[in-house]
Design a protein around this ligand. Structure first.
Ligand SMILES: Cc1ncc(COP(=O)(O)O)c(C=O)c1O
Length: 399
């Protein structure tokens, strides 16, 4: 009988070479944390950059089925992928676009971010052309200096948007924090003040203000006063804190594990080197296994001779330079067999390696580690229908 029929699968049965395994139950749990921390707020679930590496469409479908109000992408191409997959939830794109792409937004019912008066005018023209009232969000720069009209000039954009109301529906005003994950929140507080001050324009006009939104994960967790009408969590949905140092901590569950199978086993004799550039030489005879994951999969070359992996519940080091497609692991005199599962990110027994651990070794942030996991790595999803659900959630519930 096929093992699936017996219900005895393990995750290793689901892939041959390597996989990024995404436990959707963890994403649901993390969304629950968002709802608990920001009760009653509308939620824009950020799924840009391939849902932070977790796989755009499937994660977006899952979040939509969990009732988020909006999905957030950076670019219209990402939003189009969601529409093509049949996802009908409202989508906001927060990044810049070319004026030649405006038709794509309007035809596919994707909300537009407007960051300047000029852009507002040409979007208005396009809306008139299509004979459609288009949903817009006005982006205010309160100190990030990325995109957005400067807070002190925002009234000009607001006034122009009100004049164009026949064609433009102002859904929200938004801004983005530069330092909400820093120990010192004073600049973030100043940004919030600037944002609220700019939004007062609508009071002076005796108009209800559009929805207000500024909180990313860090602000949502650390500055309750910034939650306003809508929150825009990204990294926390995937189970990570924006910065490992920032308190307070919520009980988030990393949803992704990066896995590979042992494909080759050998003994390297004392004095022999391993890999390109001969950057590691065996001080004594040792066992070395090869896994089929390299920097072409997003396992950064900067982790060469630094990272560890988990195998049979133990930590072992990466030896030598990580290749494009393969990486060598030293197991000393430990035991390993072809087909054994190796965790590059994830939990095995009592041992855990997180994207934060790899980020620390690389001098970067978990966001980059996760989004860099390349398209070559198959994404496998565990959900209620997958017989072998990860036990992580169960462990948390039991503890
Ligand atoms: C405009 C915008 N909103 C929200 C987010 C989500 O931020 P985080 O992942 O820190 O929650 C991002 C991510 O960079 C962003 O660019």
């Amino acid at each position: 009988m096929h093992s699936a029929a017996r219900g005895q699968e393990s995750i290793t049965d689901l892939y041959h070479r390597s996989a990024a395994v995404v436990d959707l139950a963890c994403i649901s749990h993390n969304l629950g944390v968002v709802r608990e921390k920001a009760p009653g707020r509308k939620i824009i679930a950020m799924v840009k950059a391939n849902a932070y590496g977790h796989g755009l469409v499937r994660v977006a479908e899952h979040l939509a089925s969990e009732g988020v109000d909006y999905l957030g992408t950076a670019f219209v191409e990402e939003a189009l992928e969601l529409r093509k997959a049949g996802i009908t939830v409202p989508i906001i794109t927060s990044g810049p676009f070319s004026r030649f792409q405006i038709g794509l937004f309007i035809e596919n019912n994707i909300d537009l971010t407007i960051a300047s008066v000029d852009a507002l005018h040409y979007i208005q023209e396009a809306a008139e052309f299509y004979g459609k009232r288009v949903n817009i969000h006005l982006k205010i720069d309160t100190g990030m200096m990325r995109i957005g009209i400067r807070y002190s000039n925002a009234h000009k954009l607001f006034a122009a948007a009100l004049q164009a109301e026949k064609y433009l529906n102002i859904v929200s005003l938004f801004s983005h924090f530069a330092t909400a994950d820093h120990e010192d929140l004073s600049f973030a507080r100043l940004q919030l003040e600037r944002f609220l001050e700019a939004a007062r324009f609508f009071d002076h006009e005796h108009r209800p203000s559009p929805l207000l939104q500024i909180a990313n994960s860090a602000a949502l967790l650390r500055m309750e006063e910034s939650q306003l009408d809508m929150v825009r969590p990204g990294i926390m949905l995937y189970g990570y804190h924006p910065s490992p140092a920032s308190a307070p901590k919520a009980e988030l569950l990393p949803a992704l594990s990066l896995r590979a199978k042992v494909m080759y086993f050998k003994v390297v004799l004392q004095g022999n080197s391993v890999g390109y550039g001969r950057t590691w030489t065996a001080p004594q005879n040792c066992r070395v296994v090869t896994i089929p994951v390299g920097y072409g999969d997003g396992y950064a070359r900067g982790l060469s001779n630094k990272a560890q992996v988990l195998l049979r519940g133990k930590r072992y080091p990466v030896l030598g330079s990580i290749c494009m497609d393969q990486t060598m692991i030293g197991i000393g005199d430990g035991e390993a067999y072809i087909g054994d599962e190796v965790l590059l990110i994830g939990k095995q027994g009592e041992e855990v390696i997180t994207a934060d651990d790899l980020a620390a070794q690389l001098g970067t942030i978990s966001y980059e580690v996760l989004t860099n996991i390349s398209a070559r790595v198959p994404r496998i999803y565990l959900d209620k229908r997958t017989p072998c659900q990860s036990s992580q959630l169960q462990q948390v519930r039991e503890s």
